[in-house]
Design a protein around this ligand. Structure first.
Ligand code: ATP
Ligand code: MN
Length: 479
């Protein structure tokens, strides 16, 4: 008999049919009811065994976490909680699991802290929470490809090893083949990277944007979706050293088009999850509600997870300029009462306390801030006519903060060159980038979405380490 996925059996199984399922035992009650999960869905199938027909030795091996193959007839379930169950004809234990050892793991069916689950990242996939998170993570990735494909974008693979530090976005991880104890030195005693594998100093990419621009200026609209590395030593709940980023880039788009695309894109993802991840989303929704009920009112979510997703789908994002945001902040209660830790004045970068105030207290919806002071943004962002600001935009989400950063790019060669000078970027390092502005340059724009930040938003998880299978953070590269 061919194995069927539990998701399929629960959805389309007909009473009377014979089925074979394989999976892991989640629980075995009263020597009679086996709950089996095979990862295809958060829901377990119940298999009912007739004790009389099973030998004692086999029965002992059916324990939590063991893997089993179960075949039998689908019958209408007597118990609550499921419509159908399997009346077992045959059970085979594929792999045993020592109950004493299972006790010490996250597979022991009881409540575990997320910290404990992180320590067992190799096993946390076996829990309902992480099963749900990683099925949704997959759905978000798929939705992203689908969105861009349907809109006529081309998926462009930009390099992971690169000589450019795109924007000085953060500390890079160096990549070298040299013996760290004995690298070749030049006459001045510096490491001589001309003798290294690539003949120059290279690093892991912090962004695929510059290369994506090259693609967009011929293919029209492209997007990247790849790993990104930043050696920033910030141990926050929103930063990873290795994360995934999606970077669309569109020829002929200006900043407004860019905002429209971002908003449409983020709404599409939220809607896709609402429409396609019902069971997992409901589980995480209820899980959060349960956690919230044990917290003081002030720390609870004002809206449920599903309501937050619906809210994003149904409401326009609030758009305002950086300059307007500074004014809003300076009129705010926390500002007047001296409650902000960091100063609010024109020219300084907003800190996350300011961003959160705007999103969560002032506007209570996603916010797109635009037109930031040139000094605090990257060299490639298009200079506005006021000569003080650039056509940049950040999208801020409730509970997350910055989820997207983007801009219209500087397409004018002379302005771009003077920006390079201002930012101390040698033109010869970026000759290939500058070249695009010589041959039929056009306005264009794009943005970067932090994939894990979006997965945090749609799952309600509050630590970024809990939405990536194997987090890479300072002092942590286990598994
Ligand atoms: P932040 O201010 O939050 O550090 P950033 O300004 O450095 O973000 P960008 O360089 O604009 O971010 O990168 C684009 C997007 O990538 C961000 O909006 C965010 O969603 C995501 N991102 C940036 N750094 C990280 C990180 N270390 N871990 C996970 N996602 C990140
Ligand atoms: Mn950063």
């Amino acid at each position: 008999m061919k194995r069927e996925k539990i998701a399929e059996v629960l959805k389309n199984g007909q009473v009377g049919n014979d089925v074979l399922v394989k999976g892991w035992v989640r629980a075995f009650r009263s020597n009679r009811f086996i709950s089996i999960n095979d990862g295809s869905t958060i829901n377990n199938i119940q298999a009912v065994v007739d004790f009389e027909n099973l030998d004692e030795a086999l029965l002992k091996k059916i324990t939590t976490a063991a893997s089993v193959a179960v075949s039998g007839k689908l019958v209408a379930s007597q118990g609550a909680g499921q419509a159908i169950e399997i009346e077992v004809k045959n059970v085979e234990v594929i792999g045993e699991a020592n109950p004493e050892e299972v006790q010490k793991t996250v597979m022991q069916p009881k409540k575990h802290s997320l910290e404990f689950l992180r320590e067992q990242a190799h096993l946390r996939f076996r829990t309902n929470t992480f099963g749900a998170v990683f099925r949704i993570r997959h759905a978000v990735a798929y939705a992203i490809h689908k969105f861009f494909n349907d809109e006529g974008f081309f998926y462009l693979h930009t390099p992971i090893v690169t000589a450019s530090d795109a924007e000085g976005a953060g500390e890079t991880f160096k990549v070298t083949n040299f013996d760290p104890l004995d690298p070749p030195l030049d006459e001045e005693g510096n490491i001589d990277y001309s003798k290294d594998f690539f003949g120059k100093a290279v690093n892991l990419t912090v962004s695929g944007q510059l290369e994506a621009e090259l693609g967009a200026l011929a293919l029209g609209q492209v997007y990247t979706f790849g790993p990104t590395f930043r050696a920033e030593n910030s141990n926050t709940s929103r930063h990873l050293a290795e994360f995934w980023m999606i970077e669309p880039e569109v020829a002929f788009n200006d900043l407004n088009d860019n905002m429209d695309l971002t908003e449409e894109f983020l709404k599409y993802i939220a809607k896709y999850v609402l429409d396609n991840c019902l069971d997992d989303l409901q589980f995480l929704n209820d899980r959060e509600a349960k956690e919230d009920s044990q917290k003081p009112t002030a720390e609870r979510n004002e809206m449920s997870l599903k309501d937050r997703l619906n809210f994003v789908v149904e409401n326009d994002f609030k758009r305002l300029t950086y300059t307007e945001a500074i004014e809003v902040l300076q009129r705010s209660k926390p500002y007047k009462k001296g409650k902000f830790k960091y100063d609010v004045k024109w020219g300084v970068d907003l800190s996350s306390e300011h961003e959160r105030y705007l999103v969560e207290k002032e506007f209570k919806c996603p916010v797109i801030l635009s037109d930031y002071p040139s000094e605090i943004k990257a060299f490639y962002m298009r200079q506005n006519d006021d000569d003080k600001t650039v056509a940049a935009m950040d999208v801020l989400f409730p509970g997350i903060g910055e989820i997207v950063g983007g801009s219209q790019r500087e397409e004018r060669l002379d302005v771009l060159k003077s920006k390079c000078a201002d930012f101390n970027i040698p033109e010869e390092d970026l000759w290939w980038y500058l070249d695009t502005r010589k041959f039929g340059t056009v306005p264009h724009a794009g943005f970067g979405l932090g994939f894990e930040r979006m997965v945090m938003f749609v799952t309600g998880m509050t630590n970024i380490r809990d939405v990536i299978p194997f987090p890479r953070t300072p002092q942590n590269a286990e598994f």
